[in-house]
Design a protein around this ligand. Structure first.
Ligand SMILES: [Zn+2]
Ligand SMILES: [Zn+2]
Length: 347
């Protein structure tokens, strides 16, 4: 099969022929029809993810068709349209038993712990536990985002953020996951303040439901701007980019008893990021993480997509073939991108 491969961190990836994957006993091989290009792919390529061994094929936000199944798979057959949470759970650890498959103790992640979906085929583990059926009406390009950014945003806003109608939600960073969060929060009846340094990203944020926008490059303090717009601070705030600056701005833009949800990855040399904890104490803030979404939480989200309440299709701004993927991967490091780019490996 053809795949995007990198041999060294940060050096240009290449498209070349590699052996086709074979399904594990409990797994499947999926013919990849669409794979979203996510900032986490860029982090992996940069060497920020300890799980990756080289050479590597990135890609973790996918939708496609089951091509082959392992002998132990009972729920899926070749031809089934599927997506998968990027956190593939084991199904048998304590976290899985508690329904928290998104933080499974023995999770695998395509594009991180093994080769991913910037390829014509991808192997996925524990298929009976992890695959999600994609309805006929949903295009593969749209469904791909459900594997990472859209589902992650959904969990961050609805489950971790516990957003209620009428509340203020701040979203710092309006790339794919941030725009998804804006859309989901607005659909939940919240008033959304979108924060980004890119006018194009803010324009898209307004299109998908932001009530107010803050150009962080044009104000001295984005958190103060959020506090002003929201009359004292947001009830819920997300760092959807993942940087010390956006993380701090998100925490500092909250009102009393507010909730910060960290969504964007925060790699750093020593594995830690400064967080304004003095404010967390004084205002009794909640500091939460969000990590994908368990398969059992998908039906509610898919219902809202089917009803047209949520429109992940509106977030796809670019569809490219495998040959253009290495360059697009490298470009994810700059903030210039707007919306979601989807790779279609058979293009
Ligand atoms: Zn992702
Ligand atoms: Zn598990």
């Amino acid at each position: 099969m053809r795949a995007v491969v990198f041999e060294r961190y940060g050096e240009p990836a290449q498209v070349r022929d590699v052996p086709d994957p074979v399904p594990a006993e409990h797994g499947v091989v999926v013919r990849v029809e669409a794979s979203g290009l996510c900032r986490s792919d860029w982090h992996g390529w940069q060497g920020h993810d300890a799980d990756i061994t080289l050479p590597h094929v990135p890609g973790h936000e996918l939708a496609g068709v089951v091509e082959a199944t392992g002998a132990g798979v009972t729920r899926w057959r070749p031809g089934d349209r599927v997506t998968v949470p990027f956190v593939c759970a084991c199904g048998s650890c304590a976290a899985c038993a508690a329904g928290d498959q998104q933080v499974c103790e023995r999770q695998t992640q395509p594009g991180f712990t093994h080769w991913g979906s910037f390829a014509q085929y991808v192997a996925l583990d524990h298929a009976d536990i992890n695959l999600v059926a994609v309805p006929e009406q949903l295009s593969f390009a749209t469904a791909a985002a459900l594997g990472c950014r859209f589902a992650t945003a959904y969990r961050a806003v609805v489950q971790q953020g516990r957003v209620a109608a009428g509340q203020w939600v701040a979203v710092h960073g309006c790339g794919g996951v941030g725009l998804s969060a804006v859309m989901i929060a607005a659909a939940s009846g919240a008033r959304v303040v979108a924060v980004d340094v890119s006018p194009r990203a803010l324009e898209l944020a307004r299109d998908v439901g932001a009530a107010a926008c803050v150009d962080a490059s044009g104000v001295p303090d984005a958190a103060e701007a959020v506090r002003e717009i929201t009359g004292g601070g947001a009830h819920v705030s997300l760092d959807a980019l993942g940087s010390p600056v956006t993380c701090a701005a998100s925490v500092n833009g909250l009102r009393r008893r507010g909730r910060h949800v960290q969504v964007g990855l925060l790699p750093s040399a020593d594995g830690t990021t400064p967080v304004p904890m003095a404010r967390a104490i004084a205002l009794e803030l909640e500091i939460l993480g969000s990590h994908g979404m368990a398969t059992h939480a998908y039906p509610e989200m898919l219902r809202l997509v089917a009803e047209g309440v949520l429109r992940p299709d509106l977030l796809v701004t670019s569809v490219i073939g495998l040959d253009a993927a290495p360059e697009a991967l490298a470009a994810m490091g700059s903030a210039a991108g707007a919306g979601v780019t989807v790779v279609e490996p058979w293009r």
